[in-house]
Ligand binder design. Structure first.
Ligand code: NAP
Ligand code: MG
Length: 503
């Protein structure tokens, strides 16, 4: 019998009100059943929100440095369990162990960053226009947050949201992706244990609540709930638009991190070996299932044929397999439906007259690969900017190569998508590099680096339909999780009227 996992509501691990559970299986081996996770309903969300609302009135009064102490312990616990967390993450979502270790490390970095922010959370003061009067402005927590996360960074993304939200004094209702509930369970177990350790007999139940289940049920209930004050969502653009519309009706604060169609430009003067290494890592790492994955390569015409030859040779040697096995470069797609959706895009590419498939383009089923959702690393060349495979997010191991005549053309091609998350340019020409930094429309630009590799203390997010203007990570996220309060202290002993008595 597979192990049954529970929801955490008001400090207790409880069964879902439905009594129903969802299977979690290893995408590299569908016979490997990891566990059964709650298929919760609106009833469970309501209980979690009620608990978080009561907890907020106590948690907001805990001094921020003490809230930071909780995050410090969370980071220590994650560090101690890093290998085990990462092994289990690979087992439930497929990317290779080195990458899940990176995912866990990003969570640890975010914990320590949030811990120290507990001693900062700076406000801003300004002089008053009147004598004997002091003006202050400082941050206050907002209330109950709803956190809805995807499966591709099962640890890093929830930590980007939960840690700053908690250190700012908010409480949380967390709905992880259906495909990665185990990592979420471990994370919440750690946060709850750290709360108990730091607060002792003053432990506050309900600061962090975990409600597993379907987006269409649990996610919707969170988005609709009147007592949820803010929502932070990472996922697809379609779901993001829906959340924004629904949450807009009750004027919730909403942060959306959505899709991408990221490109790497390689100019003719670039270090080609470096650019090659980067595109392999960017396009096929995490099986192409990163929001920042390199799904377009914009190649200068002078190096086009030569570069493609080397690229196809190297990509053809990538080893597919179970990500916890040694020597594996690329894991499976996360699920059967994700693999089917990748394959549909490949058929669309094959039907384009001009585009040429030069690698992959089919399921990988040799030997034990037949037990999982493997797809061969795939490359299309001679893709033109108006093709669907050049514009739409595929979220799989598929790279579209587009030829460019020069810098301005390359930047225009790069910008020719509704998304604007990550981008990269390989060049040794300093003028071209700075022009690209200025003109590329994206939230993140790398010079001589792959499109992936964000650091926890830098603002993360995108422009256009990649989001709604907020950023995660770094110092800017602390603005999302707090309200500003302006305070005027008059010690003149008189009623001083601003703008009237002084002018
Ligand atoms: P998704 O289908 O949008 O799901 C994301 C989360 O939303 C899941 O927890 C999902 O629950 C939930 N959900 C689904 N329908 C919902 C609804 N109607 N109301 C509320 N919640 C709902 O995305 P995904 O397939 O998991 O992830 C891939 C997408 O995420 C890609 O588009 C990728 O680019 C994007 N992404 C963006 C970033 C970024 O920072 N920009 C980072 C990572 C991923 P279920 O699990 O039950 O479906
Ligand atoms: Mg799974």
């Amino acid at each position: 019998m597979a192990e049954k996992y529970l929801n955490l509501i008001n400090g207790e691990w409880v069964e879902p009100s439905t009594g129903k559970y969802i299977e979690n299986r290893n995408p590299a081996d569908k016979d490997d059943l990891i566990g059964l996770f709650p298929a919760s309903s609106e009833v469970d969300v309501n209980k979690a929100v009620a608990a978080a609302k009561i907890a907020f009135e106590k948690w907001r009064l805990i001094p921020a440095p003490k809230r930071g102490d909780v995050l410090k312990i969370v980071g220590d616990m994650m560090l101690a369990q890093k290998d085990d967390i990462s092994f289990q993450m690979t087992r439930e979502m497929g990317k290779v162990f080195a990458e899940t270790k990176g995912d866990t490390q990003e969570g640890i970095d975010t914990a320590y960053y949030a811990a120290s922010e507990g001693r900062r959370l700076f406000g801003l003061n300004a002089p008053s226009e009147l004598p004997n009067k002091m003006n202050l402005s400082f941050r206050v927590p907002i209330g109950v947050g709803g956190f809805i996360c995807p499966w591709n960074f099962p640890m890093a993304i929830p930590t980007w949201k939960l840690f700053p939200a908690l250190v700012c004094g908010n409480t949380a209702v967390f709905k992880p992706a259906e495909l990665t509930p185990k990592t979420a369970h471990t994370l919440v177990e750690i946060i709850d244990a750290a709360m108990r350790e730091v607060l002792g007999k003053d432990y506050i139940p309900g600061v962090i609540n975990l409600v597993h289940g379907k987006g269409s049920v649990v996610g919707e209930a969170i988005t609709n709930h009147e007592d949820i004050d803010l929502i932070s969502f990472t996922g697809s653009t379609d779901v993001g638009k829906r959340i924004n519309a629904v949450a807009g009706a009750s004027l919730k604060r909403v942060s959306l991190e959505l899709g991408g169609k990221n490109a790497q430009i390689v100019m003719d003067d670039a270090n080609q070996d470096l650019a090659l290494e980067a595109v392999l890592w960017g396009a096929f790492g995490t099986t192409g299932q990163r929001c920042t994955a390199t799904s377009r390569l914009i190649l200068h015409e002078k190096i086009y044929d030569e570069f493609i030859k080397k690229l196809v040779a190297k990509a053809g040697k990538l080893r597919l397999g179970y990500g916890n096995d040694k020597g594996v470069d690329v894991g499976p797609c996360v699920s059967e439906s994700q693999r089917n959706s990748v394959n549909e895009y490949v058929q669309i590419g094959k039907n384009e007259d001009k585009a040429k498939l030069v690698l992959g383009g089919e399921f990988a089923t040799d030997g034990t690969l037949s037990k999982g959702w493997f797809y061969k690393p795939t490359i299309f060349v001679d893709v033109t900017p108006e093709m669907r495979i050049a514009k739409e997010e595929i979220f799989g191991p598929v790279l579209s190569v587009i030829k460019t005549t020069g810098l301005e053309d390359a930047i225009n091609i790069l910008n020719n998508t509704k998304y604007g998350l990550s981008s990269s340019i390989f060049t040794n020409n300093v003028n071209d590099a700075f022009t690209a930094v200025r003109d590329i429309k994206a939230g993140i630009t790398y010079v001589n680096g792959a499109t992936i590799g964000a650091e926890a203390h830098m603002p993360f997010g995108g422009v256009k339909q990649t989001g709604n203007g907020h950023r995660e990570g770094g110092w800017t996220v602390y603005d999302f999780y707090t309200e500003w309060k302006a305070v005027y202290i008059d010690y003149s002993g008189k009623l001083q009227r601003a703008q009237i008595d002084n002018y």
